[in-house]
Design a binder for this molecule. Structure first.
Ligand SMILES: Cc1cc2nc3c(=O)[nH]c(=O)nc-3n(C[C@H](O)[C@H](O)[C@H](O)COP(=O)(O)OP(=O)(O)OC[C@H]3O[C@@H](n4cnc5c(N)ncnc54)[C@H](O)[C@@H]3O)c2cc1C
Length: 227
């Protein structure tokens, strides 16, 4: 309890508010359904809506893109509270930040204005895709390519174990834009769900966090326009 009081002292008003809000959602909305979601391997859309309605997707987005201007600590406070009730729900929520991170850090102003407000409102979920069958810990071994053409980048390859795969609308995909440079020739591309040439493969059957979706992403001559 002493540790908790010490932490309390250092939290600002926003941090205390988001933590309380996340706790309320965990206790009132997640606890009653968590066993069923897990049993059925059902994506928690109703809870994602609760998190959106209570502005919790806004915590990690800067204010100029309709967020609340928080960062990693605010995100952790929410994830901690949600995880007390159901880590599967917490991972689905956190996956949207993971999918927004490169955009926040390296996206163009145009890309940020286009995507971040919808991610902040929870209208659209994001996902991050780097892992492949032969590239997990050994992430420098990715094989997916994104070749520049006059029309844009053409992506080919398969990503594996992608959180929010199939459920998210916006995907940050890591692919080789310069194969000769190996891992240093990798770039992050934003791909929208309904882009031709982009489809979803197997959904994993897991031993835990079963409310979260973990799925393959398949790219076959998927053309991504240059923003
Ligand atoms: C539920 C879930 C959600 C995920 N979500 C995402 C996502 O959203 N986006 C994404 O891109 N990826 C995601 N991943 C993939 C995750 O990042 C990889 O599983 C992780 O990088 C490990 O890779 P791997 O599974 O291929 O295991 P491997 O790399 O094959 O490792 C297997 C085991 O071998 C050990 N090992 C590996 N290399 C060495 C070594 N050199 N020396 C000693 N031990 C070693 C590892 O520690 C591990 O215990 C997810 C995975 C899971 C299970």
């Amino acid at each position: 309890n002493e540790g908790r009081e010490a932490l309390e002292y250092f939290l600002n008003e926003l941090q205390k508010t988001v933590r309380e809000m996340a706790r309320t959602i965990a206790e009132e909305r997640i606890l009653p359904v968590r066993a069923e979601l897990d049993e059925k391997e059902e994506f928690p859309w109703a809870i994602m809506k609760d998190l959106a309605d209570t502005d919790l997707f806004r915590v990690f987005i800067p204010e100029e893109y309709e967020g609340l201007g928080g960062g990693c600590l605010e995100l952790c406070l929410v994830v901690e509270e949600l995880s007390r009730a159901c880590p599967g729900v917490a991972v689905s929520y956190a996956g949207s930040l993971l999918g927004s991170f490169d955009l926040l850090k390296y996206g163009s102003e145009e890309q940020k204005r286009k995507y971040l407000p919808d991610i902040a409102s929870g209208k659209r979920l994001a996902a991050f895709a780097v892992t492949e069958a032969e590239a997990g810990s050994d992430i420098g071994n990715i094989k997916t390519t994104a070749i520049r053409t006059d029309e844009g980048y053409v992506i080919n390859g398969t990503k594996q174990f992608i959180t929010n795969g199939g459920e998210a609308d916006i995907y940050t995909v890591i692919a080789l834009t310069d194969k000769a440079r190996g891992a240093r020739g990798a770039s992050a591309l934003l791909v929208e769900k309904d882009t031709p040439g982009f489809s979803f493969g197997r959904k994993e059957k897991k031993m835990g966090i079963r409310a979260s979706a973990t799925r393959e992403l398949v790219f076959e001559d998927c053309l991504v326009p240059v923003g």
